[in-house]
Design a protein around this ligand. Structure first.
Ligand code: LLP
Length: 861
């Protein structure tokens, strides 16, 4: 029986060092041992194709010699590293490059036919070196000229396409099978990217064509599998350079892989999928630096074909053409005429979105040579038909996965991230494999990270999802990426371990971090005053630190006011703000007696107790109409919320205040909690200022709190500088008004951790449990809001986080789970766990439920 073929393709970085060639040799040996015949398809050494392009550019001017020298040195260096003599075949190629360059100099140009020869030399030289190395390693390896096997279909008359971007027939090929069967060597090595024309000239399969070559070879040979070896171990749920928490996609079908490749992922060239899909040959992506990893397997038969988003991809440099006209409404042939203009300009259209009066299309930069001239010419051609506007450069962000239309309802939360974006175009692919938006270029990175955090933030390994990039490449780190190694609690880990061992559970707060946070807010030039919302964390030592930094305090009850006064007896009353909600009359009277700032958030006090406010300065809390925040429970504005005076009641409130003899010196609004888009507070300021004319005594705008922090991997911090800049612009518009802020979480959340000891371990069914002595009585946020707190095994910070478990407490409710499917270093009873970002609304919301005392606070300094 003949041995089946397996085609292995190695990209540029995979053929550029001795270590990588050793992996190649080892792989070839393994395949041969498993009774397969490996065909190795190789690219040029990394960077050489770029050098050859440079040569093509310089040759007509006679300036190519230094480039040829650089190419020689590059190959000589690798030959030395591989400990092989410099192959004559490489010498011959260099000589040919010299000749072509001289010819180009004489002619003053380099036609496509010769350009193809020049480019092909990269692969020819790399494989000559590789063949020599494999032989030196004792492999029975033979060199094969790919041009003898791959013949282009030769249909294109355009010389550019015929020589530089050609294609071949994808099906099985008996001649090639017979030719290669006849070779006696057990391993063959050949070139990617190159083929021959029907007339015997060298042709190229277009940039990225090595993947395509390998796929043609696999299809022609009816190979058992195609493996694409590259420097990443597969396709990921997002580009790992952008999103280190991106997960490996272990299995995909051809259509999904094609969609991910065409919407931006660079790991695989989209053209290579068609030949293998047609022949039903499975394709594996493998990493040359990490051959032991399983990579991504792409095939036609997936067990799980359920609808879900599998990846978020992005393409930069997208240009939009927006065409507006009332002329197209119910007209016949408008689109045909418009698209003809694109065809005439040689531009291929990607996404399309239409309405009665406008059509917007996107141009994909990878498919089009987009230049200003071309776009001008296009707009000119479109001008008799419509008004055309070019928007860009933009970026296209796509959610990719099977049957997206069926799971729109599950994406509800995800759409919230678009709140902060200008979406130029939204498109849902007809094949139901992607949902794409086109946004401003500079917003795209952030959008991808936010979407990924929403869709994959809580994910764990499964049949589809593999380890994250970070877990694969920084496996020792429980603390990486999201938590920088400079986090205060990583630096103070030893002290925390001692504290955790001495008393558990306990909250620990870092005074320095709180001070820094307070200072950063006080340093915002656009703000006049900052009040710390003490409900987030009323720990006296922290209040003292913040008072030293100049902050005031926002309170919501007589208890909080008394607490501030007790621990800061010298604090002027002017630095206390009181914002009660549905509180009894006495609380208002008490606040007025003390002389602290008082906010009314309803008409009732003014209607029912007007005498209280006679001659008094007050603030009115208005409802800005739209709530924001990390969870429905903390959105404190809008129709559904119990807070604030509705917009239609503001005039009445002004009348009532005047009738009572009160002076409205401030307006206040708080949209919600845990917001990370800086435009929120400027919008609130503009909303409040829009009522200015009703309040002649107005001096202060209190924009509320709500400043969020990143909680999940992949989330970005609030951009304080952007906030300051935007507020500064607002200030310019409203002279004479002070801007105040009253944040809680932002000041203390990241400064606090909850330490808890491991009580018991359990494995039940598929699930592992790690039991801690702290539960929802100490930290209720996960149970109440589904909040995410990162969790690490502090006792084993340097160990691999390879144990996946639910982290639970001792309370008798199923909701007593601090984290689901978390990866931690494998614990033992007594280990100290750390639950991060617990400094806000942790201890202040704790209870004695089950009569278990909650974790007690401790301040580090
Ligand atoms: N101002 C007012 C009027 C508020 O109601 C709040 C919070 C703040 C300021 C401070 O908001 P911050 O900057 O901390 O987001 N327990 C929830 C948060 C509830 C917030 C209630 N009001 C949590 O754990 O996320």
């Amino acid at each position: 029986m003949t041995r089946p073929w397996i085609v292995l393709k190695f990209g540029g970085t995979s053929v550029s060092s001795r270590a990588r060639w050793q992996t190649i040799a080892e792989e070839a040996r393994c395949q041969a041992r498993a009774h397969r015949r490996p065909l190795l398809v190789c690219s040029a050494l990394s960077g050489v194709s770029d050098q050859l392009e440079e040569l093509i550019r310089l040759a007509p001017a006679g300036e190519a010699d230094p480039v040829i020298e650089a190419i020689r040195t590059r190959h000589q260096r690798l030959a030395t590293e591989l400990e092989i003599p410099f192959p004559t075949a490489v010498e011959e190629q260099l000589e040919a490059l010299n000749k072509v360059s001289q010819g180009a100099h004489l002619l003053g140009e380099l036609p496509p036919r010769h350009r193809a020869q020049v480019m092909a030399s990269g692969e020819l030289m790399a494989t000559a070196l590789g063949a020599a190395f494999l032989a030196q390693q004792g492999l029975d390896a033979g060199w094969l000229d790919a041009r003898n096997c791959l013949c282009t279909d030769g249909e294109d008359e355009d010389p550019f396409r015929a020589f530089l971007s050609a294609s071949c027939a994808p099906g099985p090929d008996g001649d090639v099978q017979a030719m290669l069967e006849a070779r006696e060597e057990s391993v063959l090595i050949t070139q990617g990217f190159i083929a021959r024309t029907p007339t015997g000239d060298t042709a190229l399969l277009g940039r990225g064509g090595s993947d395509t070559s390998a796929a043609y070879f696999a299809a022609k040979l009816e190979a058992e599998a195609l493996e694409i070896w590259t420097d990443v171990p597969g396709m990921y749920s997002a580009d790992p350079r952008q999103v280190p928490s991106a997960r490996l996609l272990k299995v995909l079908d051809y259509a999904e892989a094609l969609e991910i490749a065409t919407t931006g992922a660079k790991v695989l060239h989209p053209r290579c999928l068609h030949p293998v899909a047609q022949a039903g040959i499975p394709l594996r992506i493998k990493a040359t630096p990490r051959p032991e990893l399983a990579g991504t397997q792409i095939s036609g038969d997936l067990d799980d074909r359920s609808a879900r988003v599998k990846a978020i991809s992005m393409k930069r440099g997208v240009m939009l053409i927006a065409m507006e006209t009332i002329g197209m409404w119910q007209q016949v042939g408008f689109l045909a005429k418009a698209f003809q203009c694109f065809a005439d300009a040689g531009l291929s259209v990607d996404l399309v979105s239409t309405s009665e009066t406008s059509v917007t299309v996107s141009l994909d930069p990878t498919a089009n040579p987009i230049s200003e001239d071309r776009l001008d010419a296009l707009c000119q051609a479109l001008s008799p038909l419509c008004q055309a506007e070019v928007i860009g450069p933009c970026a296209m962000v796509s959610l990719v996965g099977r049957n997206i239309r069926r799971i729109l309802h599950e994406l509800g939360g995800t759409f919230q991230v678009f709140e902060e974006q200008r979406v130029h175009l939204l498109s849902q692919a007809a094949n139901d494999l992607n949902l794409s938006v086109v946004v401003d270029h500079d917003q795209a990175d952030r959008l991808v990270r936010q979407l990924h955090a929403q869709l994959f933030g809580d994910s764990s390994e499964s049949a589809l999802l593999g380890p994250t990039w970070q877990e694969t490449f920084e496996p020792d780190a429980q603390v990486s990426g999201f938590f920088s190694k400079t986090s205060w609690w990583v630096q103070k880990a030893d002290t925390l371990l001692e504290l955790g061992a001495a008393e558990s559970p306990r909250y620990v707060y870092d005074g320095d971090t709180v001070r820094q946070r307070g200072r950063r807010l006080m340093d915002l030039g656009a703000l006049d005053r900052v009040f710390f919302a003490i409900k987030a964390n009323p720990e006296p030592a922290l209040l003292r630190i913040l008072a030293e930094e100049g902050l005031g305090f926002e309170c919501v009850s007589p208890g909080e006011v008394a607490h501030v006064r007790e621990h800061l007896p010298d604090l002027p009353m002017d630095r206390i703000l009181c914002t009660p909600n549905f509180a009894p009359r006495e609380e208002y009277a008490e606040a007025l007696d003390l002389g602290i700032h008082l906010t009314l958030d309803n008409l009732h006090p003014l209607q029912a107790w007007p005498e209280l406010f006679d001659g008094r300065p007050v603030f009115l809390r208005l409802d800005p109409g739209r709530g924001r925040g990390h969870h429905a429970h903390v959105k404190t504005a809008g129709r559904q919320s119990k807070f604030g005076i509705a917009p239609e009641q503001v005039e009445e409130a002004a009348r009532l205040a005047q009738a009572a003899g009160a002076q409205v010196v401030g307006l206040h609004a708080h949209a919600g909690s845990g917001i990370r888009s800086p435009d929120t507070w400027p919008a609130t300021a503009r909303f409040l200022a829009s009522h200015r004319s009703l309040f002649p005594h107005l001096r202060f705008l209190d924009l509320g709190g709500g400043l969020g922090i990143p909680e999940k991997p992949g989330q970005l911090p609030l951009d304080l500088r952007a906030l300051d800049d935007a507020l500064a612009a607002v200030r310019g518009e409203m002279e004479g008004l002070e801007l105040w802020l009253e944040p809680g979480r932002f000041v203390v959340a990241e400064a606090g951790v909850l330490l808890a000891k491991v009580t018991q371990l359990k494995a039940k069914g598929e699930v592992n449990y790690v039991g801690l002595d702290a539960g929802m009585n100490s930290l209720i946020r996960p149970a109440l809001y589904g909040a995410y707190h990162s969790i690490v095994n502090l006792s084993r910070l340097a160990q691999r986080a390879d144990h996946v478990a639910h982290i639970v407490g001792p309370i008798c409710e199923t909701g007593d789970t601090l984290g689901y499917q978390r990866r931690v270093a494998k614990p033992e009873e007594g280990d100290v766990f750390l639950i991060a970002t617990a400094g806000a609304y942790g201890h202040s919301m704790a209870s004695h439920y089950n009569l278990r005392p909650p974790a007690a606070p401790y301040v580090l300094n």
